[in-house]
Design a protein around this ligand. Sequence first.
Ligand code: 13P
Length: 256
Amino acid sequence: MSRRYLIAGNWKMNGSLSANAVLLSELSLQQDQYSGMDRLVCPPAPYLESVERQLGGGILLGAQNLSDQTKAGAFTGEVLGDMLVELGCRYVIVGHSERRALYGEDDATVARKFAAAQAAGLIPILCVGETLEERESGATEAVLGRQLGAVLAASGVGAFAKAVIAYEPVWAIGTGRTATTEQAQTTHAFLRGQLAAQDAKIANSTQLLYGGSVKADNAASLLSCDDVDGGLIGGASLKAAEFLAICAAAQALSKN
Ligand code: 13P
């Protein structure tokens, strides 16, 4: 397996100019320790420009959301993909469960945002995940198949040559409860299988991240699953020591 590990911090709606400066100065230490994997931070949109200025070359920048529009215009409050690129973003999260649940983003909206991200030259991190009720009723694969299927139908499997998928079980987000390594591996293998049914080569190269209460003390076991290629980290990405320990776990497992 030649997939690189990607450890991505989703800061969600947290931070301030002063808190970001402290966090970034700590994250920028000893960059050369992480040469075998990629590190990414996704701050709130208003901080992208200042975070970009403070990032040491080794850390990549991403956004948490973008408009589904592909051209500038009268869309009050929205952020165009091209604007994120101009600020130095390489990645953008789309379809996070908080956006699906709290802001009414349905599969069709997420599929449009995924396409808009790629149209701007951004790498979308497509989030998929089931609720606890869905898992307990045995609907996990149906839900994930539907969420991923909407994007496959709209953009085609070829789009996943330049995309990342994040499996984030809703019941594990911010709860301190993580998927077991077996649940993570089984679910990631299912997602990779969905891609492989259409294109085995692309399926083999697409990075699949796990997200949901990843911490320094559970990162190594989750990351050691064959089909887990990194993490999408919420709470622990706001603490430099935790985030760096997760990165170190990825680096230690890295083949590069
Ligand atoms: P936590 O790591 O805080 O559970 O959040 C996960 C997440 O939602 C990342 O996008």
